[in-house]
Design a protein around this ligand. Structure first.
Ligand code: 4AD
Ligand code: MG
Length: 476
């Protein structure tokens, strides 16, 4: 007897005896089980001979129950599937009480499913999203592997604040009520586990730079942590970030890499995950229909993905963007919450969305930002006031990528750190890179969940990661 997944069975043309295990999605007319095992969006129909099946067994075929079925794979009599299983024996592996099982075959709100995140991948939407998340991860590793990058694991516990934004979770084993004290009565941090204060990493970039400056082309892909109190549909306290870092590459090369990379991984899912994408495309279309006409997207999900792979990202300097924003309707009519008055203003998400969604209507790479609104490590331009930074903005998402050419000149970097009060002792190893064989190098960070949001058309970041961590929430 062949043991195949439901995905494989549904492609079979050879009629045969089969065994299949999965969870019951629905059981109709005491006869038709729609069975799913996670291998595909689609269920296999298993036809039960109810007249010759004990009533007790029939009662236990309920939504959510785990069952093992043996039977004959035959051409389907009904519509909607090519093959089905004529059941010869069915074993209930695990019951599912219909009175209490939360995932009944009806429409559940995403909020409800978030509270039941341990079961939500038993729905079509979440299984499709999580299969795509997995496929995108694979496509990312494949892209870098195909292009000569090494995958490096950067530490999760660090002593530095890579972004200098102070949004860190502390890692400490000190007794919080009775911390050890120094002679001066201050907390004695040398008694902490690592002999100093540490935190969960906000980015693997600084360590990735050290490896780029020896292995040439590297990337990290791991969890990062931000203790920022942002309760939005685009922020998580724990998210996964992809960070390539490349020696001898300048900002223009960095933009080329980011664009090629994003096009490549999106092409991968278009070619390999059509079934799940088509389902999510339809789901989004249904959701769009509930919105007022003016708010509806002009493109379907799949059209949006193809648009990205087929068109060049628009490259716009910060200075040009400020001019566009200053002269924009919402700015003149004071519709923005933050009115853009002069060069140097930090861009809020409302401005980013205006640029990508209303003005350019395509992904936009903004570059050469004012130095004082960006991180300390970015390469200062010859004008002395802008840095070689880039942000990639996506319609519906906002900032997807943040990156830069790195400051490779020791004196300029030290000066910047002094101004920002970043202690040299903490980053002595980072400064060493500028002392020994320094060179132009660049990299970027892509927020994985924001990419998954874009690829699946989901509008809340909590719905594209298995167990979201957000302020006031760390369930599961
Ligand atoms: O712009 P960010 O903060 O850049 C860095 O961390 C750099 N060290 C990256 C580098 O150059 N290697 O973060 C990069 C990306 C953002 O563009 C966004 O997509 C995502 O990470 N991101 C978040 N995603 C979800 N939740 C959050 N709280 C996020 N903060 C940033
Ligand atoms: Mg950023």
């Amino acid at each position: 007897m062949t043991k195949l997944t439901i995905a494989q069975l549904l492609k079979e043309t050879k009629l045969q005896e089969v065994e299949v295990k999965g969870w019951v999605r629905t059981f109709r007319a005491k006869r038709f089980i729609a069975l799913n095992d996670g291998s595909t969006l689609n269920n296999i129909q298993c036809v039960v001979d109810f007249e010759n099946t004990p009533e007790d067994t029939l009662k236990r075929i309920t939504t959510g129950a785990a069952v093992a079925i043996k039977g004959e794979l035959v051409e389907s009599q009904g519509k909607g599937q090519s093959v089905e299983v004529v059941v010869s024996s069915i074993e209930i592996l695990g019951d599912s009480d219909p009175e209490t099982y939360p995932i009944q075959p009806k429409k559940h709100s995403f909020e409800f499913l978030r509270e039941n995140a341990h079961l939500r991948t038993r729905t079509s939407t979440f299984s499709a999203v999580m299969r795509l998340r997995s496929a995108l991860s694979f496509a990312i590793h494949k892209y870098f592997n195909d292009n000569g990058f090494y995958y490096m694991h950067t530490p999760i516990i660090t002593g530095s604040d890579a972004e200098g934004a102070g949004e860190m979770f502390k890692v400490s084993t000190l007794d919080q009520k009775n911390p050890p004290l120094t002679e001066d009565g201050e907390i004695d941090h040398t008694k902490n586990f690592f002999g100093k204060d540490t935190n969960l990493t906000v980015s693997g970039q600084l360590e990735a730079e050290t490896y780029a400056m020896s292995l040439g082309k590297v990337y990290t892909f791991g969890p990062t942590f931000r203790a920022e109190n942002s309760n939005t549909s685009r922020h998580l306290s724990e998210f996964w970030m992809i960070e390539p870092e490349v020696a001898f590459m300048d900002l223009a090369g960095n933009m080329d890499l980011a664009e090629d990379f994003m096009k490549s991984v999106i092409t991968y899912i278009l070619e390999n995950n059509a079934e799940d994408l088509e389902f999510l495309d339809k789901r989004l279309a249904d959701e769009e229909k509930t919105k007022p006409q003016a708010e509806r997207s002009e493109l379907s999900l799949i059209e949006k993905l193809k648009f990205v792979t087929e068109n060049n990202f628009k490259r716009v300097s910060y200075t040009e963007a400020i001019d566009i924003l200053k002269n924009s309707k919402p700015n003149k009519k004071k519709k923005f919450n933050y009115i853009i008055e002069e060069w140097g203003a930090d861009l809020q998400s409302e401005h980013e969305r205006f640029l990508v969604e209303k003005h350019f209507k395509c992904p936009v790479i903004l570059f050469d930002y004012p130095a004082n609104i960006k991180a300390f490590y970015m390469r200062l331009n010859e004008d002395g006031k802008t840095v070689r930074a880039m942000d990639i903005l996506f319609p519906g998402i906002g900032e997807m990528v943040g990156g830069s050419q790195r400051e490779e000149r020791l004196d300029v970097l030290k000066e910047k750190m002094a101004v920002l009060d970043i202690p040299e002792e903490e980053l002595w190893w980072y400064l060493d890179l500028r002392k020994y064989g320094t060179a132009v190098h660049s990299g970027f960070g892509l927020g994985f969940e924001r990419l998954v949001m874009f690829a699946t058309g989901m509008s809340n970041i909590r719905d594209v990661i298995p167990y979201p961590r957000t302020p006031q929430n760390a369930e599961f």
